[in-house]
Design a protein around this ligand. Structure first.
Ligand SMILES: Nc1ncnc2c1ncn2[C@@H]1O[C@H](COP(=O)(O)OP(=O)(O)OP(=O)(O)O)[C@@H](O)[C@H]1O
Ligand SMILES: [Mg+2]
Length: 251
């Protein structure tokens, strides 16, 4: 399969070649990703769309180093993830990769504030709790700092997960259905926040979404079906780049 590298953006941040993922299940091995070759340029925003079960979350798990590819190569930010063991993968992710998972994986025994601050503290950030409070304020949760996940609505938990992913100021941000649990006004405020972070810090962003409007805000849209990328198209932002207009990017 051919790369879809877009020359108007930077050098590759993520590059895979014939990546496959096969997992075992009670019924035998399941081929989940069936040969994915892609390039995500540095500082690009990429939307991954496709039907339920097509492999979007699985692809995100491999690209973010949460899951090891079965075959093929996965280069992320110049590192070959296939060569790394679990500990090395965890070290690689720390501080560099931000991940918002489809189920938020907040730690139930920690408050919203602690969920965001503790990973920062572990990464050696001195003002971890102040920074965490500021990130939670940015997602509209300053009144919920001391709530535990079970005391938060689904959308609030999602916003804590987004604050936690943005707080270390990652070079690459992965988000799986980041607006899936949010009403449209809160969802678009969160997306604005993510895109402004992306633009201010030139963060590479990979978003899984069912929301066509959100996908269209990306530079590139990858459509998956049955473990493969079946269509690549350019989003509105990339088309604006091509006509030379910066105004309105990400809006
Ligand atoms: N650990 C696993 N073992 C076996 N099969 C799995 C495992 N995890 C996922 N699958 C299967 O892999 C396929 C792709 O799953 P994935 O979660 O990547 O889909 P998705 O595109 O994110 O779907 P959705 O839009 O519903 O979130 C599904 O058919 C799923 O049942
Ligand atoms: Mg999914």
């Amino acid at each position: 399969m051919q790369d879809f590298f877009t020359p108007t953006l930077g050098s590759p941040s993520i590059k895979t070649s014939d990546l496959t993922l096969t997992l075992s299940s009670a019924a035998g091995p399941v081929d989940i990703l069936r040969g994915i070759t892609l390039t995500v340029p540095e500082a690009a925003a990429v939307g991954i769309v496709g039907p339920s079960g097509s492999g979007k979350s699985s692809l995100m798990a491999v690209l973010s180093g949460l899951e090891q590819a079965t075959t093929g190569s996965v280069m992320v930010d110049g590192t070959d993830l296939v060569a790394l063991g679990e500990d090395a993968l965890a070290r690689f992710r720390r501080g560099r990769i931000g991940i918002v998972l489809q189920s938020f994986h907040l730690i139930p025994t920690m408050t919203a504030h602690e969920n965001v601050a503790v990973p920062l503290e572990l990464a050696g950030v001195e003002d971890a709790f102040d920074r965490a409070a500021a990130e939670l304020e940015a997602v509209g949760l300053s009144h919920r700092l001391h709530h535990y996940p079970a005391q938060l609505s689904g959308g609030e938990q999602q916003r804590v997960a987004i604050a936690r992913a943005l707080a270390p100021k990652p070079q690459i941000l992965f988000a799986d259905e980041p607006t899936g649990n949010l009403d449209s006004a809160t969802g678009s405020a969160i997306i604005d926040l993510m895109f402004s972070f992306h633009q201010a810090r030139h963060t590479t962003m990979v978003l899984v979404t069912h929301d066509a409007g959100l996908a269209a805000r990306c530079d590139l849209i990858l459509e998956m079906a049955d473990g493969r990328i079946v269509r690549e198209s350019r989003g509105r932002r990339q088309r604006l780049h091509e006509v030379g207009g910066e105004r309105g990017l990400g809006r």
